[in-house]
Design a protein around this ligand. Structure first.
Ligand code: G3P
Ligand code: CA
Length: 365
């Protein structure tokens, strides 16, 4: 989908010169030296937030209550919930609107796939989905389940189940009470256009649950995120006012053509009218082909901060092959993003490691 912002004209060259936005975004790049004078985050390092991406998913299968409890115990500031809707209108915590890469749905419900071979959440009731076993994320290779991250929790060990959004909020709020900590939630509306095609208004249902559990205003411990810019505008302009809500919103960004419109003049001002923050891929902030001697910042941070938005990039992992070549190790990657580039928080599968880095004073010099 090619989403365009109204009233925006292209002025790529000027943006490149003035703001240093990236080669990935605009076809030009700036070096670390050139961006030295750029504003970095006004957020002190100790106040930067650690968002547990799908829970402590580096240690336990993603989006299980076990992964969320561990993330809370490891000191995450916010815990993420990706949200999709079942056939009977229940909201569950699952990354995909498919069931087949994190569960045994193939063996329990053979024949319940669509013509594309996928098993859709929206075709199953909550009761049916609760009967599934959730496992570490895998890909099918020659008929075999091959884990996406080989070093993580073994597929088939122990027993995990899908849970609802409400159940997860009750876990987080329960642990907040029992530990005295104040951990927030960071829900994501997944595939809203798909849900609408299926006759499901996911956003309204998510907002109602958030309101029921006390997440109403920007001062509450929640960010609501979505990749779909049109949906975020609907949430901001129509759904929240109708429900007397005013949550912090985050526009997610991917490094695909779908998001090319953020290159346009005025795009960040239009984003900031709706969003309190941006959640870009880390590669939209530092060029993937940077070197240790030449960290090539894109300028996205400077533009977002100038427009008054926070920036929380995804996803910080320490698994083999996931750390960009320009970083020596996971701590070096955190130093680059949290200290040098100045993001306001990070999505991570390893909340304990980011908490430890921040708490240590993170002086790598
Ligand atoms: O929502 C932030 C990050 O989780 C985006 O990527 O695909 O893991 O939801 P994804
Ligand atoms: Ca997400």
């Amino acid at each position: 989908m090619n989403i365009r912002l109204s009233g925006i004209s292209r002025n790529v060259a000027l943006q490149c010169v003035l703001l240093g936005i990236s080669a990935t975004l605009l076809g030009c790049a700036v070096s670390d030296e050139q961006t030295a004078a750029m504003p970095v985050s006004s957020t002190p390092t100790a106040d930067k937030i650690v968002i547990a991406h799908r829970g402590a998913s580096g240690y336990l299968p993603e989006h299980t209550l076990a992964a969320k409890a561990v993330a809370h115990a490891q000191g995450a500031d916010y815990i993420e919930q990706d949200l999709v809707m079942t056939k009977d209108g229940e909201i569950i915590v699952l990354h995909d609107h498919h069931l087949d890469q994190v569960s045994n749905v193939r063996s329990l419900f053979p024949g319940r796939h669509r013509d594309d071979g996928r098993y859709y959440v929206v075709d199953f009731t909550l009761e049916e989905i609760r009967s599934l076993s959730v496992v570490e994320r895998f890909e099918m290779v020659d008929g075999m389940e091959v884990p996406v991250f080989a070093g993580r929790f073994p597929i088939g060990n122990s027993r995990f189940r899908v849970h609802t959004f409400a159940e997860e909020i009750e876990l987080v709020q329960g642990m907040n009470k029992s530990t005295g900590r104040s951990v927030g939630i960071y829900p994501e509306i997944k595939s809203p256009a798909f849900h609408r095609e299926e006759g499901k208004d996911l956003s309204s249902a998510v907002l109602q649950i958030m309101k029921d559990y006390g997440y109403v205003n920007k001062s509450d411990l929640a960010y609501l995120q979505c990749f779909d810019w049109e949906e975020l505008q609907v949430i901001h302009d129509e759904l929240m006012p109708a429900m007397e809500m005013d949550l912090r919103l985050v526009q997610l960004l991917g490094g695909t053509a779908e998001y090319a419109w953020i290159q346009e003049d005025g795009a960040f001002d239009q984003l900031a009218r709706v969003a309190d923050g941006l959640g870009p891929s880390m590669h939209m902030i530092v060029e993937k082909d940077s070197s240790a001697a030449d960290i090539r910042r894109t300028g996205l941070i400077a533009m977002a901060h100038a427009a008054g938005m926070e920036v929380h990039p995804y996803t910080f992992r320490r698994d083999a092959g996931t750390i960009p070549a320009y970083a020596r190790d996971f701590d070096d990657l955190l130093d680059i993003f949290l200290n040098q580039v100045g993001v306001d928080g990070v999505f991570t599968d390893f909340p304990d490691l980011v908490v430890k880095f921040i708490d240590s004073g993170n002086d790598l010099n």
